[in-house]
Design a protein around this ligand. Sequence first.
Ligand SMILES: C[S@@+](CC[C@H](N)C(=O)[O-])C[C@H]1O[C@@H](n2cnc3c(N)ncnc32)[C@H](O)[C@@H]1O
Length: 222
Amino acid sequence: MSVPKINERSAAAAYEAWYHTRRGHWIAEREFALLRRLLNPAPHTSLLDIGCGTGYFSRRFAAGGLAVTGLDPDAAALDYAQGKGGGVHYIQGSALALPFADGHFDHATAITSLCFVADPLQALREMWRVSRGRVLLGLLNRHSLLHRQKEGKGGYRDARWDSATEVVERWIPALTPAPARYTAHSAIFLPTAGPLARQAERWLPNTLPWGGFLVICLEKTE
Ligand SMILES: C[S@@+](CC[C@H](N)C(=O)[O-])C[C@H]1O[C@@H](n2cnc3c(N)ncnc32)[C@H](O)[C@@H]1O
C-alpha cells in the first residue's frame, strides 16, 4: 500500500524503497498475510496481478510457488519489476481490457490499483472474466483512520477510497456468473505502525471493516 505514482525508473525505486522502511515493511507484511490467507492458492496455480507496479506482491506470490503474471500500464514500473527478477512474467496493459482469454488464470489480484482506475466495475468484470477461481481486490477503505489521515495527500491525492458496502451492493451484483461466495476483510487498523498499532493488529480480527486496507475476496467456484 505504498501509493506514490510510479512514472519513471527512479520513482519506481523510491516506491519500492518504501516497502523496506520500518512502517512500509510492517504494513506490507500485514497486507500480504491477509491476501495470502484469503487467496489460499493450491501450489503451482496461476495468478494475474493487475496493477502490479514494481512487482512487490507479484514476487511474494511467485516465491510461494505460484505462476505469476504481473500487468501494469506503467512501462517504468514494469522495467524496474523485470530487473528484480523473481520468476514473474510481466506485461504492459490496462485492467480495463485484459489481453487474455476467458478463464486463462486460476486467480487474479488487484492490490491498491483499482483505486486509480476510473471505471473499477469494468476492471472487476475483466478480472472475473479471465479467472477460474478467486479474485482478490485490495482497496483503500473510506471507513478507516488511514482515510482520515491520508485522503487527498501526497501519493493518495488521486486515489479513490471505496467501502465494502459499495462493493457488495454495486460491484458484485454486476458480475456474471454471480460469485459462489464473497468475503470482506481488512487490515491496518491504526496506520501509525507503532507499538499500539502492532498490538491492535494482533487483537482485532480481520473481519472488522475499519482497516485502511480492505480486501474483498470473490470465489467463482464452490
Ligand atoms: C499504488 S500502485 C500499486 C502497485 C502494486 N500493486 C503494489 O501494491 O505495490 C498502483 C498501480 O496501479 C496501476 N494502474 C493505474 N491505472 C491502471 C490501469 N488502468 N490498469 C492497471 N493498473 C493500473 C499504476 O500504474 C500503479 O502501478
